[in-house]
Structures are given as C-alpha cells and as structure tokens.
Design a binder for this molecule. Structure first.
Ligand SMILES: Cc1cc2nc3c(=O)[nH]c(=O)nc-3n(C[C@H](O)[C@H](O)[C@H](O)COP(=O)(O)OP(=O)(O)OC[C@H]3O[C@@H](n4cnc5c(N)ncnc54)[C@H](O)[C@@H]3O)c2cc1C
Length: 437
C-alpha cells in the first residue's frame, strides 16, 4: 500500500517557485535582426547573453516557454567545483587521457570561480554559501575509489577534499547509511530560482531583449547569415547559440542525437521541528552519494525543510509515482523523517552525453553549449560565458570542452525509449554492489 506521504497543502511544482515562479510577462517582439540569437533561456542562454552584453554585442534570447521553465529553476542548487566532472549517469568516471583529465578538472574549477564572482558582481541574492559537500560512499570499494581521486581533486581543482571514515560519519550526517565518504570543502549551495532571477535581472539591466513564449521552429542558413524562425516572427542573426540542454528537440537533430534527456525528481518536506532540521546535516553541507542511481539532498535555505532529489525514475513521471519513491529513499537514509509529509514534488530534464562531458562548439556561426550531465548550475553558466567570449573574440584560452569530438551512438537518434529499463538495471546493480562487495 502507498503510504500517505502527501501534505494537505501539497503542490506538484518546485519549492523554489515560491520565491520565483517562471513567467512570460509582457511579451517582447522578436526583433527582425540581431547580431546573436540565443535559443533557450536557462542559465546557459542568459549567461551567454550577459557576457555578450558586457562586450556591447547585440543579442536576443528566444525561450519557448515561460522564463525559467527548464532545469534552471528546478535543480537541487548544489554547486560543485569539479567533483562530478566526467561522471556518467551511473556515477562512474569515464576514462580520459591524464593530461586532458587535468585540463577538464581545471575548467570545472574555473566554472566554480566564475559563478562565485558573477553572484558577487551582480549582487545576486540567492543564498550562495560555500558550505562544502559530503559524498557518501555506498560500499567500501567506493570509499577506496574516492580516496584514490583525492590527490587529483586537491592538486588541480583546489577542492579541499578529505576522507571521513565511517566511525566519524555522524559529524557530517545524522545517519549510518554510508561507509564513510568524502568531504569537498570547495562546493556550495544556492537557491536555484533566485540565482536564475538574478541572471535575468542582470541581463535586463544591460538591455538584453528576452522573448518568452517564442519557440524556435527552424534555423536556416541564408546569404551568409542565419534566419531564425519562431512562432512569433523571424530574426536574421550573424551567430546562433543553441542552449537547450535537456530540452533539446527536433530543431537540431544532430545535437538531439548527442544528448540523452534523463529526468531527475525532487521532493520538499513540510517544515520540520527546528532541532531535528538542524541535526540532519550538522555542517549545512549538500550531500550526494556514490550509488549508480544516486540521490542528492540538502536543507532548504531557511533551514526548515529537507530537499531530497534523485532519479526515482529515469523518465518524466507524475508526482504520485516519484514522490513515494523519493520519500522511501529519504527515510532509508534518515529514519527520523519517516513520518513527515511532502509539500512539493517536481521533475526536470538533465542532459547526459555519451562521453559524460559537457560540450561547446561551433560550425559556420551555429554554436552550442550542452550536456550538463546532472551538474550544470556552475557548468552551464560557464559554457555560456565561454561561448559569448568566443563570439566576442575575447577568449584568450582554449576551453577543454570546446572540441570537435561530440560523440553519438549509432543506435540512438533522440528517442530515449530504453531509459526505464536502464533505470531498473542500475538500481539492481546498486543492490548487488552491497550484497557482493
Ligand atoms: C531535478 C534536477 C536537479 C538538478 N540538480 C542539480 C544540482 O543540484 N546541481 C547542479 O549543478 N545541477 C543540477 N541540475 C542540472 C542543472 O539544473 C542544469 O544543468 C542547468 O539548469 C541547465 O541549464 P541550461 O540553461 O543549459 O538548460 P535549461 O535551464 O534546461 O534551459 C533550456 C531551455 O531551452 C528551452 N528550449 C528548448 N527548445 C527550445 C526551442 N526550440 N526554442 C526556444 N527555447 C527552447 C526550454 O524551454 C528551456 O527553458 C539538476 C537538474 C534537474 C532537472
């Protein structure tokens, strides 16, 4: 029987939307010409626009839905400086040649520095706090693998990482669920929708034209420029930037075959008694784990609720399906939360790539920045910034994510019908990892 976990005030929308709810607002006309047309108005699209505006380059952001419709107002708000880079959707790190691996980690570290600077410069009030992260080890072997990665993280990404043995774990989490784990001091948390609103405000202050409810339906090369068609008019542009991440669709079939949209789900609990809320994660860190089907969690910015996310299912499902599963995962870690109800449950898409790395690139003025692989708050901000600097010819450094190679799979054309089976398989593998250490 499904336990009654839903609070009487339950809503199937993000908790974050209580502070900023995506809106279309007054609809700006789509301009007939612009220097750069940006498709997608999430962190990546807005960050591109903001940096272009700083270089006095005229641009327009074209967003299919309300402003903030995508993952950028739906995520967990945990920001890492590289600990997740190169991890595929099962949490395993893909093998990369050592010099490139260092370059990649260094870029991920720069992404963290960029978001830290941007929030300060633009005075974005989004509860930004460098609180550190605890990554719980699901098995002893996972703990040992974390230990092996420590030196690289500290040398290249200045992560301030260290191991916490199982007998000290309660310093980090009021639970005995893990085999110890790794603390990464250079990690932070924020309120994702307020960070989004801050980027939006910063773009508006600099006069960027932002068009909500303007889905781009076609992009065509026309006499050396691009003709960008939307349902609300056409724009001619010198350059186009595709920033659609987990919502990449048939507009760009070649990109669609290179990103697999996987759903991620989150619940927020009702307000908890103060002492209990404070005790759960004593140092206020964000948490994740080394399971193949991982969970990520934290306490809300006002310190009253548990915000608990994970891949309860790999596809978009109704909250009546995802919330009970997440509530169970949460109670497995924190039995003391079993009786508390859920006030919000929501979902969004992340974009996984076949090499588990983010990508940016360009052909004939058609740019893209895609593939957050589940960690995109800092990374997609960074890729947008890098793309803008490339267009402005202000980049003085070759970003490691800007390569010719953006792999695809011969059997995948953009229809991810297989995801439910993949989810079931990896949940089983997680169980076997513990049973057969
Ligand atoms: C539930 C969840 C939890 C997450 N947790 C974390 C976390 O804790 N930490 C972290 O770092 N990352 C996390 N992420 C990932 C992070 O949220 C994303 O990487 C990031 O928000 C992606 O930003 P973006 O701008 O690239 O894409 P999005 O914010 O998804 O924006 C893409 C936009 O493109 C628009 N679009 C698509 N097609 C068109 C078109 N044809 N015309 C016009 N517009 C179009 C869509 O409407 C959408 O608004 C999470 C994601 C989810 C879903």
């Amino acid at each position: 029987m499904v336990p009654d976990i839903f609070h009487r005030e339950f809503v199937p929308t993000p908790y974050w939307w209580e502070a900023y709810r995506p809106i279309a607002g007054d609809l700006n006309d789509v301009p007939s010409s612009t220097r750069v047309a940006i498709v997608g108005g999430g962190y990546a699209g807005l960050s591109t626009a903001l940096e272009l505006a700083k270089h006095s380059i005229d641009c327009v952001v074209l967003e299919a839905n309300e402003l903030g419709f995508g993952a950028s107002t739906r995520n967990g708000g945990a920001v890492s400086g590289g600990v997740n880079i190169g991890k595929n959707f099962t949490g395993r790190t893909t093998e990369v040649e050592p010099t490139r691996a260092r370059h990649i980690l260094s870029d991920a570290s720069d992404a963290f520095a960029l978001i830290d600077r941007l929030i300060a410069e633009e005075r974005i009030a989004c509860f930004w706090e460098i609180s550190g992260r605890f990554v719980g080890a699901w098995t002893r072997k996972h703990f040992e693998a974390q230990e092996r990665r420590l030196a690289l993280l500290n040398q290249v990404a200045q992560s301030g990482a260290y191991m916490v043995a199982r007998d000290r774990q309660r310093d980090e989490i009021a639970s005995d669920y893990y085999f110890g784990g790794m603390v990464v001091e250079r990690s932070s948390k924020l309120h994702p929708a307020l960070y989004y609103k801050g980027l939006l405000d910063a773009c508006r202050r600099r006069g960027v034209t932002i068009c909500a409810k303007a889905p781009v339906t076609q992009i065509r090369r026309n006499n050396g420029s691009w003709q960008v068609s939307t349902t609300r008019g056409k724009a001619n542009a010198g350059d186009v930037v595709i920033a659609t991440n987990g919502y990449t669709g048939s507009l760009t079939p070649a990109l669609r075959r290179r990103v697999v949209p996987i759903a991620s789900h989150i619940i927020a609990t009702e307000e908890l008694p103060q002492d209990l809320a404070r005790s759960l994660i004593p140092k206020g860190r964000t948490l994740s784990d080394t399971k193949r089907v991982l969970c990520y969690y934290r306490v809300s910015p006002d310190g009253t609720r548990m915000i608990f996310g994970g891949r309860a299912r790999f596809t978009q499902v109704d909250a009546t399906v995802s919330a009970p599963v997440l509530h169970r995962y949460m109670s497995d870690r924190f039995p003391q939360l079993r009786g508390f109800k859920v006030t919000h449950a929501w979902t969004g898409n992340v974009a996984f790539t076949f090499d588990a790395l983010p990508h940016m690139g360009e052909r004939d003025g058609l740019h893209y920045c895609l593939g957050c692989n589940g960690s995109g708050v800092a990374m997609m901000t960074y890729l947008g910034w890098q793309t803008a600097r490339k267009i402005a010819r202000a980049a003085n450094y070759a970003c490691s994510f800007d390569t010719e190679q953006f792999p695809h799979h011969p059997l995948y054309s953009g229809d991810a019908w297989f995801l439910p089976f993949v989810g079931t398989y990896y949940r089983l593998r997680d169980q076997l990892d513990r049973l057969l250490p």
